[in-house]
Write a protein of this length. Structure first.
Length: 202
């Protein structure tokens, strides 16, 4: 972001699910890991970008700066909510997997249903977030390749999600997951061993 022109504001359509913030699991809402956010247009990249903000909805927040985070009740009425990961939960990010309201089969069959944890539709309406309890396995990178040829992003620290509370189907409960066993089953076959690989680094 080198100039104001690069991020000239282009109105982002307000989500229809505004006001569903209390559908976010209480276990997440009780944490002091929250902020607000704004969505701006990046001209150079040709896409919207999500910028985390502090509770005042003006000052930038930092994914690695807990002093810039706040409690949920301070931001609960904001249009966009940032949740900052801090090793106590893991978020899986699936971009562009919803088409005309239908989620791609591999996401449902390989992740949403077997994981069974909190799943929500992203602010774009075309992606999904899954959040589970606990940190990701040691050595697992932020972007991983799967046996089926797809890739996903997975974070447990120094990243944030814009959580929506737009729960997908009945997946509104936060659950545990044996991530080491789970991801070993879904990573590309040549990756084995007790430590999961950093296929594409952080």
């Amino acid at each position: 972001m080198n100039s104001n022109n690069e991020n000239k504001s282009i109105p982002f359509t307000k989500p229809e699910y505004a006001g569903r913030n209390f559908s976010i699991p209480f276990e997440l809402r009780k944490l002091r890991q929250w902020g607000t956010a704004k969505v701006v247009w990046n001209q150079d990249k040709g896409k919207y970008e999500k910028l985390p903000l502090q509770a005042d909805e003006i000052t930038l927040a930092k994914s690695n700066g807990s002093r810039t985070w706040t409690e949920f009740h301070n931001v609960r009425n904001a249009e966009f909510l940032s949740f900052f990961f801090n090793y106590n939960h893991t978020g899986m990010d699936f971009d562009h997997v919803i088409h005309d309201g239908t989620v791609e089969d591999w996401v449902l069959d390989d992740f949403v249903r077997p994981v069974g944890s909190y799943t929500e539709i992203s602010i774009s309406g075309t992606g999904l977030h899954i959040v589970v309890k606990g940190p990701k396995p040691r050595g697992l990178g932020s972007k991983i390749l799967l046996k089926n040829g797809h890739s996903i992003e997975i974070y447990d620290h120094e990243r944030f999600f814009l959580l929506t509370g737009n729960v997908y189907e009945n997946y509104g409960e936060l659950k545990d997951l044996d991530q080491e066993s789970f991801f070993r089953d879904y990573l590309k076959e040549e990756y084995t061993g007790t430590e999961l690989p950093r296929e594409i680094g952080d």
